[in-house]
Write a protein of this length. Structure first.
Length: 168
């Protein structure tokens, strides 16, 4: 029982972070078979595991949605480029890297059209559709004219007995 009291909170915490059941069991120091045994025998544990996994899923979805929104809007970030030089350290008689120059540059990632389309068609599907809608407003009639061009390029029309019935 003491092992359960110690391990259950660790397992639930790891599952909420998105760990697999095996990873959570390993982190808690128990065998995966013990984890499955607790799932079968302890209702409060199996319920808590389900809640933890659902929370992990919701957190992952929220994180991906934030990233998608950032891509759809575009964003800025700072790029840091560092140049190093070797400098002799007389105390250790070794060469150590020392920053020679550091350049910081602001970069802008423009909005992604694909991210915008995906975001809008999924978050506001009534206003934004990325579909072709087909509607049939009545009967559709199609006429087909068949002609045959002879060897000399002259058109040869079938006689009445050679005509093809297109309704078959």
């Amino acid at each position: 029982m003491a092992k359960y009291q110690e391990s259950a909170p660790i397992i639930l915490s790891e599952l909420e972070k998105g760990a697999t059941q095996k990873e959570a069991a390993d982190k808690a120091g128990i065998n995966i078979d013990t984890f499955y045994e607790w799932m079968k025998s302890k209702t409060e544990f199996s319920d808590a595991v389900r809640r933890a996994k659902e929370n992990a899923r919701l957190n992952a979805v929220a994180s991906v949605e934030r990233s998608l929104l950032e891509l759809a809007q575009g964003f800025e970030y700072e790029e840091v480029r560092t140049e190093y030089e070797s400098k002799h350290n007389p105390g250790t008689n070794q060469y150590e890297p020392v920053i020679k120059k550091q350049v910081r540059t602001k970069k802008r990632i423009v909005a992604s059209v694909e991210a915008i389309k995906f975001f809008l068609t999924n978050k506001a599907p009534d206003e934004w559709k990325n579909r072709i809608e087909q509607t049939n407003l009545g009967n559709v009639q199609t006429n087909v004219n068949i002609r045959h061009v002879g060897e000399k390029g002259d058109e040869v029309f079938p006689s009445s007995e050679d005509e093809v019935d297109a309704t078959r």
